[in-house]
Design a protein around this ligand. Sequence first.
Ligand code: GAF
Length: 389
Amino acid sequence: MSSPLSPQQAAAPAHRAFSEAFGGEPDGVWRAPGRVNLIGEHTDYNEGFALPFAIDLAAHVAVQARPDRLVRLLSTHGGGVVELDLDALSRDGAPGWSVYPAGVAWALAEHGVRLPGFDLALDSTVPAGSGLSSSHAIECAVATALSELAGADLTPQDLVLVTQRAENAFVGAPTGILDQSASLRGTAGHAVFLDCRDQGVELIPFDADAAGLAVLVVDTKVAHSHAGGGYAERRASCELGAEVLGVEALRDVSSEDLAEARGLLDPVTFRRVRHVVTEDERVLATVEVLRTEGPAAIGPLLDASHASMRDDFEISCPELDLAVEAARSAGALGARMTGGGFGGSAIALIPRAAEGAVRDAVSAAFRRAGFTAPDLFTVVPAEGARRVL
Ligand code: GAF
């Protein structure tokens, strides 16, 4: 679903919504993209490696500072204007999507940024609940906008930590730094090779198109949330594994250590650990293969990553497994679920020539299984968060 719109055209719905709801002109419009993760799942909070890229679907926020402490929030997706007191922000007091801008304002204040009240209109093309990081796209757009309006000198790394704090301590989702790092630090034509121990980033050229390939997203429409439930349980298992193995984080365990680890851990924790350890190694291998052979050669690593998430980490679901299987049978070079799991999207690396066949095969398989029809679209690595107007 590559956008044919100019940055100004893409910003227009948020800009228009702002003027209609609040009157006058915003101080600016900022955008931040969603992401797909090429590989490296549930490695971020284990201080490991990941390889996401920012996609060409994004949240736009039109924002104007106010002279008082009022916050007024409006989304083009409905729900009317939400009004909040900047000095009394709380999770329970922030309904629906407003938890994301409220959380970011709260986390910026915790970081020492003196914010003004503000009016904000949101428009986003990142489908909510799709596993493409719709919430982080909002948070990163808001963080970029508010820090600039407040005159705060924050680096992208600072904003990564601020938005993570918003997610963890305000929204209540114990997530890592993967999504916001892609959204804030991604660039067109590149994947973000992320070392989650020190926030090190290396941009790895990823031009599927030049290799005659495309990255197809299959949004299964199985909505998921990371606030509680399975995500938190997986994180707790990883922390338990690291504690029992006597390491700071699972990043410090290698596949050579797994034979010994098997004897020390209960079977479920062992499989969780094995996923993380082997996934880190797959990320490093993927970066190496991209450098030496190019995108067409990474398919087996994507497949192995999916198998590990399905069997060891157990975060896939029948719709994701079917998307991966159907895409592969119709000619995908590799496929895997992307993001936190329990629903959301899969990605398939496909030869351009097989795109029609893969789309048809996935749609037909979903029909046969009686699943809701998935959304299918291609993505390319796009620019990270920035001001557009
Ligand atoms: C979600 C989280 F937000 C990320 O931090 C990461 O853990 C991911 O799931 C799994 O890799 O997107």
